[in-house]
Design a protein around this ligand. Structure first.
Ligand SMILES: [Zn+2]
Ligand SMILES: [Zn+2]
Length: 398
């Protein structure tokens, strides 16, 4: 078995012919650029493309297949230039009866399953060409469709205030999924503002594997969170085995942002700007309204939401839970601009190598001591962090 770098949540911004797929995503986030970024800059071995429901994206895929750069693997997924595995998936927005909406990811082992799924989902979405379509289904109904097609459903960024299942939809997965559904759901995605320490305070999550994915809307952000999986080879079946923790396949580590850097870590009031940045005093706040101005325009932070729905004040990790290791992407590090970033990647081969393998001295030789020191302090977790909230990323403070 070997270890693979896996990021299963990357969006397509636009197709090769210039058709927009995701409005808020970068234009150079095309299928081929994603593949090259993973191969040449990030060192990602398995990437999940979550806009594969769009027929235009599938067209690009077919072109790569026709010119021999891409082929389907017998164990599911596709292989690009014999080096990178691409898993196909989609992100859809469901709506629960209480009006809360959330994003769910669906992954397809084979292309033909996408067609099957697309036909069943079309009556419920407005425009299948676009990313993350809202569908007139609840989570359970979407699971039923995915499951009937042989696709795998994974709830995305589960704690985020607007579009995570725990954000506005529910305080327990048991309330939105049937027992049968929950028995087939093998993983949940944590999202940037949460980590294992926080998520394992919610007792029902002990049954699931945790994915730390980038949810990249630009090339630079691919791999800002990822998983290391121990697999026999890089294909769909093996990834599923790892998520099930079977036959020695497993996630051996989650790499992610310190959750404080995430955009929704703490609670923020959009009315008065109040930012809850204290150690949480258990249940003294009613965070549905602003403690300061009493407005309900509050964006509840992931941290505060987890405290609210948690069963345990301390995390209770199941035995199989891998370590969650913090990684601060280079773009967060003070004084590291685009040029510096490119210099570093050219010198070391990929961002992962700069973050995890290059020594202080080696980095200093390329970009000077000042920046090298910042990178080193950030890598060692020795920089102070100002938490994010209300849609703003957290910051490193020198
Ligand atoms: Zn999403
Ligand atoms: Zn307020």
């Amino acid at each position: 078995l070997e270890d693979y770098f896996v990021d299963l949540h990357v969006h397509v911004g636009q197709t090769e012919d210039g058709t927009t797929v995701k409005m808020a995503a970068s234009k150079n986030l095309t299928l081929e650029n994603i593949a090259l970024e993973c191969l040449e800059r990030k060192g990602i071995n398995i990437v999940g493309i979550v806009d594969a429901l769009s027929p235009k994206v599938l067209e690009d895929l077919e072109k790569l297949i026709a010119n021999g750069e891409l082929y389907e693997l017998s164990g599911g997924g596709l292989c690009y230039r014999d080096k990178l595995t691409i898993l196909l998936g989609c992100e859809l927005e469901i709506v629960e009866a209480n009006g809360g909406s959330a994003h769910l990811l669906v992954y397809f082992p084979y292309k033909k399953i996408i067609n099957k799924f697309a036909n069943k989902i079309k009556p419920f979405v407005k425009n299948i060409n676009y990313s993350t379509q809202r569908c007139k289904l609840n989570a359970q109904k979407l699971w039923e469709i995915a499951n009937s097609c042989g696709a795998i459903l994974i709830p995305a960024h589960i704690f985020t205030p607007h579009k995570g299942l725990y954000g506005k939809c529910t305080d327990s997965l048991e309330k939105v999924f049937s027992t049968k559904a929950l028995n087939t759901i093998i993983a949940v995605e944590l999202g940037l503002s949460a980590d294992t320490e926080l998520a394992d305070r919610v007792a029902e999550l002990a049954n699931f594997s945790f994915l730390s994915n980038s949810d990249a809307h630009s090339l630079a952000k691919i791999g800002r969170e990822y998983n290391i999986m121990r697999l026999e080879k890089a294909d769909f079946k093996e990834v599923i085995l790892a998520l099930k923790n079977e036959q020695g396949r497993k996630i051996i580590a989650n790499f992610g942002l310190n959750p404080k850097l995430g955009r929704y870590h703490r609670t923020f009031c959009r009315n008065c700007g109040y930012f809850l940045n204290k150690i949480y005093n258990y249940k003294i706040y009613n965070l549905d309204i602003c403690p300061k101005c009493k407005s309900n325009r509050i964006v509840k932070g992931v941290f505060d939401r987890i405290i609210e729905i948690s069963n345990n004040r301390q995390p209770h990790h199941p035995d199989f839970r891998p370590p969650y290791l913090y990684q601060i992407p280079l773009e967060f590090i003070p004084k590291v601009g685009k040029q510096t970033l490119n210099k570093l990647i050219t010198a070391f081969g990929s961002e992962m190598k700069v973050l995890h393998l290059a020594s202080y001295e080696e980095i200093a030789q390329v970009v000077g001591e000042k920046i090298a020191r910042n990178i080193d302090l950030a890598r060692k977790g020795r920089m102070e962090l100002k938490p994010g909230g209300g849609g703003k990323y957290g910051k490193l403070i020198i």
